[in-house]
Design a protein around this ligand. Sequence first.
Ligand code: GDP
Ligand code: MG
Length: 439
Amino acid sequence: LTSGLEAAWSKLKGEEVLTKENIAEPMRDIRRALLEADVSLPVVRRFVQSVSDQAVGVGVIRGVKPDQQLVKIVNDELVKLMGGEVSELVFAKSGPTVILLAGLQGVGKTTVCAKLANYLKKQGKSCMLVAGDVYRPAAIDQLMILGEQVGVPVYAEGTEVKPSEIAKRGLEEAKKKKIDVVIVDTAGRLQIDKAMMDELKEVKRVLNPTEVLLVVDAMTGQEAAVLVSTFNIEIGITGAILTKLDGDSRGGAALSVKEVSGKPIKLVGRGERMEDLEPFYPDRMAGRILGMGDVLSFVEKAQEVMQQEDAEELQKKIMSAKFDFNDFLKQTRAVARMGSMTRVIGMIPGMGKVTPAQIREAEKSLKIMEAMIEAMTPEEREKPELLAESPTRRKRIAQDSGKTEQQVSQLVAQLFQMRVRMKNLMGVMEGGSIPALSN
Ligand code: GDP
Ligand code: MG
């Protein structure tokens, strides 16, 4: 997918505005790339149409190239398609919250039962598991073992009893014990069949669950669209859980769920451990579908823009060793802007080098720097030497900005370091000196 989209977007290089003509080819590539990612055809069609409609005629934002703009539109649309925001689990207003899990065989339902209990326990909720898969003794044992592992009681009867009866008595038991959340495991089949649906309907009827979550294997691909819509029509789901996202699936299933059922993905499973369950973040998933290469090239392109805008002016300053606090602020802000763009496009596995925590950290230190620079006089901003020479000035800035003198000194030192680094970078002259701050 990555190389496909990269190719598509490189075609837009040098264009001034998005038109029907110049996006036609990239959109064809995007379409192909999504199909390769196993997104179902009707979903792809609607997606491509929607992106094209939005893209054509979009005015070029200053400093942003058309290809970047198309990336942003595609990204935003992907996020929207997957529900936009994180969808939280719903809890019952009174009595136990009942979560019914459904899905084909082997998708990870039983594992999810225990993971979910573990997840909710950490939020201070008491949980109970109900063994509703009665067809294999091993299924009950598996739930018992997992329940024990996460320290949650399991209600089970045996293989001779109807699942709906087990579910009913399990719920009664939970009410007696004042359990907050009851999670009900069910049997799956390899294919959708009538017996499975009838059984699920019956279990649902007796439980009246708060959540009916369809567990979907991320590797399902194209099939996911049919699967999700069938389960939704037959039993009515409230959302989905996407499992096995740790594998090398291409994410196509994620795109189809909301689109065909109107119901969001609420959680994702990323491994076999009990801790490997987390909320579903549509923006991160969009990042995964777009692929790392594209995110990186987007950031690189943003960097190019920044450099083009300021390069000439900056060069002059550096040549004359005049790089001052005004430039410093401009530079730092440009870097921070890039940080938030990275976030817009969604953090994805593999992009581990820029974590949201690091971005927050960078934004925080930018705020601190801004406060100090704002406390400088225009003369001081243009002539940082004044600050290097005068402790009194540094003290005043510290007081006015509510920072420490040490922080101000650090900032001044940083500016001179930057001057030297830039001179070296530009190859204008060798070395240069960083003045020792006088006390
Ligand atoms: P069920 O038939 O739907 O109940 O599926 P199970 O819960 O028994 O899981 C089937 C297999 O998938 C087991 O070997 C699980 O360990 C594995 N599995 C479940 N969830 C995940 C996941 O998120 N990632 C990976 N890699 N394996 C998983
Ligand atoms: Mg199972």
